[in-house]
Ligand binder design. Structure first.
Ligand code: 13P
Ligand code: SF4
Length: 366
């Protein structure tokens, strides 16, 4: 065993092919001590090594049921945090590159959410009138906030079920950080647009009047995903003009207008299943991250289905892309040598409250 962790720098000079061989060898050595979880947005050279792939909900469940000593998460920071929170204390969640964050998750922080809660308290009694709901794309301390205030976590798969549960308990929902998932789900539940107001966290009282707050059913945080913002209704119009028989499917992080103009809206797992289940020859336009769309395009060719990316410009999740074969090889070879690098450890007090909100989600959407 090397005395110190192996350094990362030399791995930058390895080719993807060399890393591939080394990852396979390290996986073999580690055997059942290791599980690799891979989100659908991971690049192919990383994705191929995942023992389980999925959307955020599916991967949270895998993390909770895994018995492996090391859970290496090929995804982004909040996903590895969830793996740490839901796994047992003797297990270790690892993120191969610590800079793989989520720009949407960064749009809400505990100070701003606490301030919003206090400001809402000038108009209402939030603890009896408002359920805080955080999208899983958020920091652990926001999940903890929800756990401590009767709230819950949701993902793109279960947002509707979670909102129904929330409204059965309190009249209003404070939904963060993604306004689009909140609005797109609310509309499907027949909540009028004017009852879904946007909380601008840079302005006093979220930039809202007391009356707007009193009349609102959903208070939507002013957050968004920069990748899904690139999709526009005009891209759908052009596709429909060229392929009148084609189908359009989008992730609910896309704008209201894009989701309204789509035939189907759902999580990455839903997108994959819907396209896999479609008739041979179907032509698809897909509004979600490029690596997933390219993989689907290649997979579906054999069935005569065409899968086309919605935006004319390349827009991928640059933070997901930070997990590369070089970081994965470095992480696994350190584990073989007995060194844990890039462990994600959520402080226990935060983890305990966050677990309340995550367990609620898993129970409600089981
Ligand atoms: P899914 O849970 O649908 O995979 O979405 C995660 C995500 O970050 C989408 O941007
Ligand atoms: Fe975050 Fe958007 Fe990347 Fe998803 S696609 S991880 S929401 S930045």
């Amino acid at each position: 065993m090397a005395a110190n962790p192996i350094e990362l720098n030399p791995y930058a000079n390895l080719s993807d092919a060399e890393c591939r061989e080394r990852i396979i060898a390290a996986k073999q050595t580690l055997g059942e001590r290791l599980v690799i979880l891979g989100h659908h947005y991971q690049r192919d050279e990383v994705f191929e090594h995942a023992d389980f792939s999925g959307d955020s909900l599916k991967l949270s469940r895998e993390a909770a049921r895994s018995k492996a000593e090391f859970i290496v998460f090929c995804g982004v920071h909040f996903m590895a945090e969830v793996a740490d929170i839901l796994s047992r204390p003797e297990q270790t969640a690892i993120l191969p590159d610590l800079s793989a964050g989520c720009s949407m998750a960064d749009m809400a922080d505990l100070d701003k959410v606490q301030r919003a809660w206090e400001e809402l308290g000038q108009v209402l009694d939030p603890d009896t009138e408002v359920t805080p709901v955080t999208y899983i794309n958020s920091d652990a301390n926001l999940k903890a906030f929800c756990g401590d205030h009767g709230g819950v976590v949701c993902t793109s798969t279960n947002a509707r079920t979670i909102l129904e549960w929330s409204f059965s308990r309190r009249d209003k929902v404070l939904f963060f950080p993604d306004q689009h998932l909140g609005r797109n789900t609310g509309v499907r539940m027949d909540i009028p647009l004017e009852q879904m107001v946007v909380w601008d966290y840079d302005r006093p009282m979220g930039g809202l009047t007391e009356q707007q707050i009193r009349d609102a059913r959903m208070i939507l945080w002013k957050g968004f995903c920069s990748v899904h913002q690139m999709f526009k209704p005009v891209q759908i119009e052009q596709f429909r003009a060229e392929h009148p028989e084609g189908k359009v499917i989008s992730h609910p992080e896309s704008s209201f207008e894009v989701c309204q103009a789509s035939d189907f809206v759902g999580s990455t797992e839903f997108i994959i299943q819907t396209i896999r289940d479609s008739a041979p020859g179907t032509h698809w336009l897909v509004g979600t991250e490029l690596n997933l769309v390219n993989r689907l395009h290649n997979e579906m060719k054999a069935e005569g289905k065409t899968v086309q990316f919605m935006s004319p410009t390349v827009c991928m999740c640059s933070t997901m892309f930070r997990i590369d074969p070089q970081h994965l090889a470095w992480t696994l070879e350190n584990l073989v040598e007995g060194h844990v690098v890039n462990a994600i450890r959520v402080p226990e007090a935060t983890a305990a409250s966050a677990r309340v909100a995550l367990d609620r989600m898993l129970e409600i959407s089981s």
